[in-house]
Design a protein around this ligand. Structure first.
Ligand SMILES: [Zn+2]
Length: 434
């Protein structure tokens, strides 16, 4: 067992020497080869000590988005000669500009090792057969996630998306025991089984482990219970990552539902206040935006990269599963965070209160018509089909939001069907001011 395969089992304090040496190599590489960071750092040398990293400015997605069209295809944060690039991943670009991700052989190798740690913590390993049902077309969730699954020692069936009838037959005929997919995919399969295989129930497929990732909702106890009862399989978030950094560096284990960070040997973590960038200590109870720095990256190394994800640290002592990395929950996106009279509010918190009203559909928007500071939170909540507002609904929801979240809300009830039913990520926070 080398450090590189089992690095997540070593407490971060014991990795100090390794991490410092890695930073010295990495910072020299970035300073010498990344025009993007030379410009950002205004010609000054990066600090020698890893703990002095806050001396450097942040980088963010907006900077990368500007860099790629100006220096196609990889941006001027490509820090290796183009012939070192062995894999190009591309984000779909359906919601904006497509981004090109470059990985060297070594970058691929480390990405696989780190991803495999996460998948293994989630329960995958030798002797198991897993079918990988994410899209293989260009993005990291396909081929690169596949490689992380293989790296656990499991047998991996490369399936991709679509052809659900073939998928059901393949699972039945080969003894596949685990599925890697989005959390919403089991519902699609249930429909196909009901239509095309009337004699079968989902549990007859024999799946025992659901390796999910990529969408929120996994932590909902009702969802987890439904998956267990319908399928007889254990749902786990095995796949949390940030595509520009590592596609998978955290997962749940059999002991608890908090995400385990598995990459202290190759990734430096900072927590900051998303409002003003002030560093926060990485300790239980702390909440802040996740900022990441590669410690071992050839092609597109990032330093003090603001992920935009707000996390809440749950624990820092090793877990019963043997993982020594800190545990956390993803609370929301910094661009979705609203500060209402000093209280940090996220759409998920509002959703939890809205869902307690059977008269409402559960869909809602937070509509900000003026720039911050916000003294009240304007919430538009949608009536459920066939339900009527008795005239007190807005008032009752305002009272519940106040009682549960401490925030003053101004609620507007809107008719059923006001909000379009969309699959995937819906923007709950709308900013209507210029
Ligand atoms: Zn654990």
């Amino acid at each position: 067992m080398t450090l590189i395969d089992q690095g997540h089992r070593v407490p971060v304090a014991d990795l100090a020497g390794h991490r410092q040496a890695a930073w010295e190599r990495q910072s020299a590489h970035v300073a010498a080869n990344s025009a993007f960071y030379r410009t950002l750092w205004d010609g000054t040398a990066p600090p020698r000590r890893l703990e002095d990293l806050p001396e450097l400015p942040f980088s963010d997605k907006a900077g990368l988005r500007l860099s790629q069209p100006a220096h196609p295809p990889f941006g001027d944060y490509l820090a290796a000669p183009p012939e070192r690039v062995s894999r190009l991943h591309r984000t779909s670009g359906t919601t904006g500009q497509a981004m090109n991700l470059a990985l060297s052989r070594r970058d691929c190798e480390i990405t696989e090792i780190v991803g495999a740690r996460a998948q293994a913590l989630a329960g995958l390993g030798p002797g198991m057969m897993v079918v990988h049902c994410l899209n293989y077309q260009m993005w990291m969730g396909g081929l690169t996630d596949h490689m992380t699954l293989e790296r656990t020692g499991a047998t991996v069936v490369p399936f991709g998306v679509g052809s659900t009838e073939l998928l059901v037959r393949t699972i039945l005929e080969t003894g596949i025991s685990a599925i890697s997919c989005t959390p919403s995919y089991p519902t699609v399969l249930e429909r196909v089984i009901a239509e095309k295989f009337p004699d079968l129930s989902p549990a007859d497929l024999g799946l025992r482990l659901g390796l999910f990732g990529g969408e929120p909702g996994l932590d909902d106890p009702a969802y987890r219970q439904r998956i267990r009862e319908t399928w007889g399989m254990e749902p786990r978030n095995s796949n949390y990552g940030v595509s520009d950094v590592f596609c998978n560096f955290a997962s749940q284990c059999e002991h608890e539902t908090d995400l385990h960070f598995v990459a202290h040997d190759v990734l430096h973590v900072e927590l900051i206040d998303p409002e003003n960038g002030t560093p926060k200590p990485l300790e239980a109870g702390a909440e802040g935006e996740l900022v990441l720095t590669h410690l071992d990256r050839e092609c597109q190394p990032l330093v003090r990269f603001r992920t935009g994800d707000i996390i809440a640290v749950q624990a820092t002592e090793p877990c019963a599963c043997g993982c020594a990395g800190f545990r956390f929950r993803v609370v929301g996106r910094s661009d979705d965070m609203i500060v209402v009279r000093g209280l940090n509010m996220f759409p998920t918190m509002v959703a939890a209160v809205v869902n307690g009203f059977p008269e409402l559909s559960g869909d809602y928007r937070i509509v900000l018509d003026a720039p911050p500071p916000h003294h009240v939170m304007p919430v538009h909540a949608e009536l459920a089909k066939g339900r009527i507002d008795d005239g007190t609904l807005a008032q009752r929801l305002e009272a519940a939001l106040k009682a549960k979240l401490g925030a003053t809300a101004r609620v507007t009830i809107v008719p059923a069907g006001t909000f379009p039913a969309t699959e995937g990520k819906t923007r709950r926070v709308l900013r209507t001011y210029a």
